[in-house]
Design a protein around this ligand. Structure first.
Ligand code: SF4
Length: 251
């Protein structure tokens, strides 16, 4: 017989308690404390990590593996990812012993209806992201009370004031344990923990998304400069207010 879950306290109250748990902390210590608090069922409820298995993703995956390797990890496979990312996803999951990787894809019928030739990214990248990322993740997040992302404030002006714990439009708590991390901190953490590195890092890629929309960055460029280069697009839509009614990571 299934046991009913006790009702969660109001979201604002839980966010206040989550913020109290990270008071006075910084760096990796803050991130781990944020995750620990969020994984407390009384505070975070049912939580998933949304991961792109991109450049820095292994940092959060490693922390989650230390706390609860059975936590659901949602991986959006747009079917336009680099083969290296797919290979890396398997390598990291095995290395860390992650037990619940859920691969999320757009339904075949929807792809055939809206992007039969697979070139929508070229003509309308916002529609492509909505089809291949935003809508699939919205469906996958149904039933979760919170989701963990790997976003950092320094990555974009749109993220400059991002809190560690925030609300979304779907009555979920969004958890950003790396919000306050500075450039280079993730790479140092990966080295110190001897974690597997994404193979494209050695080829000049610094932020890694879908193959058609990602290029290497040059010396001195912003790490996300290679995403949608020349297209005037900076976010995939997973984190814009209009789409926070149910989706995920650090794309
Ligand atoms: S990043 Fe590019 S290819 Fe990937 S879903 Fe968005 S527009 Fe499509």
């Amino acid at each position: 017989m299934l046991h009913e879950r006790p009702p969660l306290a109001p979201r604002a109250e839980r966010i206040a308690r989550l913020n109290a748990a990270i008071q006075g902390r910084s760096g990796a210590d803050l991130s781990l404390a944020a995750l620990k608090a969020a994984l407390d069922p009384a505070l975070g409820g049912r939580v998933a990590l949304v991961s792109s298995f991109g450049a820095d993703s292994v940092v959060l995956l490693d922390m989650v593996a230390q706390l609860n390797p059975s936590l659901p990890v949602l991986f959006i496979d747009t079917e336009l990812l680099f083969p290296e990312t797919l290979q890396y996803q398997c390598e990291v999951a095995a290395h860390l012993g992650l037990r619940d990787i859920r691969v999320i894809r757009a339904p075949r019928a929807e792809l055939l209806e809206h992007d039969a030739d697979g070139l929508l990214y070229h003509f309308d990248p916002d529609a492509c992201c909505a089809l291949r990322k935003v809508a699939p993740l919205a469906r996958a997040l149904a039933g979760f009370d919170g989701w963990i992302t790997g976003r950092k404030r320094y990555q974009a002006g749109t993220r400059a004031d991002m809190p560690v714990f925030e609300e979304d439009e779907a009555d979920r708590i969004k958890i950003n344990p790396l919000a306050l991390w500075q450039p280079g901190e993730a790479a140092r953490h990966v080295s110190a923990r001897n974690l597997p590195r994404h193979p494209l890092l050695d080829r000049g890629y610094r932020s890694i998304g879908c193959a058609p929309c990602t290029t290497p960055v040059r010396e001195g460029e912003d790490e996300r400069a290679g995403r949608w280069r020349g297209r005037g697009k900076i976010e995939c839509g997973l984190h814009s207010p209009a789409h926070t009614d149910g989706q995920g990571e650090a794309a």
